[in-house]
Design a protein. Structure first.
Length: 299
């Protein structure tokens, strides 16, 4: 009977866990809807702004804006976008692993020299890098409590100021890009200096230059680029945070759905084991009763 009591306790425990995971799945599904709407609305604007800036900056010199100046990457800043909470499968582990691979493959010398800094957006990545004695700058864990463009711009502005002061020669952005609830694309983007578009074929260059002749820039092309570059940088960081936020809720919803299914399978197995043990106990009792009755009649 002690075995039966143990199985009953396990059934009760698993049932309780299943109710929690089911509730967490429903909460994440509701949050995912709002987060998805936010990134879907912003993404076309952010991509178009990035494309427009690339077309304009392709024809001007690097010295026209400090954010376009290419420098030797002696000091590197990695912006890692994670979440504040766990229970989202491998969501946080994957983005941290991607950032670590980036550092190991591209900036191992800077790391040995102590010139790799981390700006963490999310408690999980901040705790990870602080435990490993990285130079973690600032605390941005409260951003998700009120996620909007203004609050994100404060973080981006501090990164831009550091780049202008020469505190960083290159800034890389690592985050999960939202595709759907079951899939997130790990993305690494160079944030600063603003990368130039990839070289095109000669014919494409001629066509582009021919198209630009028809544009009228007021007050000037350089002034427009100077205005757009800081705005574009802030928009790209904001898009990355919204992407990561939607990805987090999608990953958590998927993880909790799988956990609920696994709990259901475990409950079936436990109930089967309980019924088998109960039947075995009843059979043993009946056998003992019959054996006792037979012994008494024999006397």
């Amino acid at each position: 009977m002690a075995n039966l009591k143990e199985v009953r306790n396990r059934i009760k425990s698993v049932s309780s866990t299943q109710q929690i995971t089911k509730a967490m799945k429903m909460v994440s599904a509701a949050k995912l809807k709002r987060a998805t709407n936010a990134i879907v609305q912003l993404r076309p604007y952010a991509n178009k702004l990035k494309e427009l800036l690339a077309n304009l900056s392709a024809s001007i010199e690097d010295g026209s804006s400090p954010f376009l100046q290419q420098r030797e990457p002696n000091k590197v800043l990695i912006v890692v976008v994670s979440s504040n909470r766990g229970l989202a499968g491998a969501f946080n582990a994957n983005v941290i692993k991607t950032a670590n691979n980036l550092i190991a493959e591209k900036y191992s010398e800077q790391l040995r020299a102590g010139n790799v800094s981390i700006v963490s957006i999310g408690k999980k990545s901040q705790e990870f890098y602080q435990r490993r004695k990285y130079n973690v700058i600032g605390n941005n864990n409260d951003l998700y409590l009120d996620l909007n463009f203004e609050n994100t711009s404060v973080i981006t502005q501090s990164i831009m100021d550091g780049f202008l002061k020469g505190e960083y020669d290159r800034v890389e952005l690592v985050y999960n890009q939202f595709k759907n609830a079951a899939m997130q694309i790990l993305t690494v983007e160079q944030l600063l200096p603003v990368p130039k578009p990839e070289p095109k074929k000669e014919e494409a260059k001629k066509d582009l230059s021919q198209e630009q002749v028809d544009y009228i820039f007021e007050p000037s092309q350089e002034a427009i680029v100077e205005e757009l570059i800081p705005k574009n940088i802030k928009i790209q960081v904001y898009k990355a945070v919204l992407d990561s936020n939607a990805s987090e809720h999608g990953a958590r919803m998927t993880a909790m759905d799988k956990a609920t299914e696994n709990a259901g399978d475990l409950l079936k197995a436990l109930k089967l084991a309980y019924n088998q043990a109960r039947q075995a106990a009843i059979t043993t009792e009946l056998t003992e009763i019959v054996s006792g009755a037979a012994a008494l009649s024999a006397e």
